[in-house]
Design a protein around this ligand. Sequence first.
Ligand SMILES: C[S@@+](CC[C@H](N)C(=O)[O-])C[C@H]1O[C@@H](n2cnc3c(N)ncnc32)[C@H](O)[C@@H]1O
Length: 162
Amino acid sequence: MSRLDSFIRRLEAQRILLNWAAAEIRDRAGIVLEVGLGNGRTYDHLREKLSGRAIYAFDRAVNANPRSIPPEEYLVLGDFGDTLPAFAEAHPREAVLIHCDAGLADPEANARQVAMISRLVPPLAVAGALVLSDQALSHPALQQQTLPASVPANRYFVYLRT
Ligand SMILES: C[S@@+](CC[C@H](N)C(=O)[O-])C[C@H]1O[C@@H](n2cnc3c(N)ncnc32)[C@H](O)[C@@H]1O
C-alpha cells in the first residue's frame, strides 16, 4: 500500500471513529480531551460534532490552524508527561471521551510515548469513558473494544475505561 493510501485510510478511520464516539457520548455528561492538538483538524471535528461541550486540547506548543485554536482556558500546553497528571489532579476522572493522536515516527520514542499515555490516561477518564487512540494502548483499566466494521483493521484503537 502506498503511503498516500495508508494516510487516507488513517484519516478515514479517524473520522469514522470520531463520529461514532461523539454519537455514543452525546447524552452523557463529561469533558472531552484531545491529546495532541497538532494542526487542530480532529479538534475542529470534535468541536463541530459536540457543539457546546468542554473540549480541552493538549500539546507541547500551538501549531494549529488559526481557525482551530481552542480558547485559552481549554488549551493545555507542555509535555504530556507534565500536563496530563496535573490535569488529572484538577479534573480527576471527568473525561467521557479522550482522543489520543500523538504517535511518533521513531519506534523507540513511540514505545516510550505509548507507555506514558497508557499510564496517564486512565486517571482522566470516568467509568465507561471511550478512549480513542492512533496507537495501541495497554493498561488493565482500558478494555479494548471491537471497531465499527467500516474501520480498517489496526488503523485505530478504541478502549472502554472500566
Ligand atoms: C499527529 S499530531 C496531532 C494531529 C491532530 N490530531 C490533528 O488532527 O491535527 C501530534 C501532536 O502531538 C504533540 N505531541 C507529541 N508528543 C507530545 C508530548 N510528549 N507532549 C506534548 N505534545 C506532544 C505534537 O506536538 C503534535 O502536535
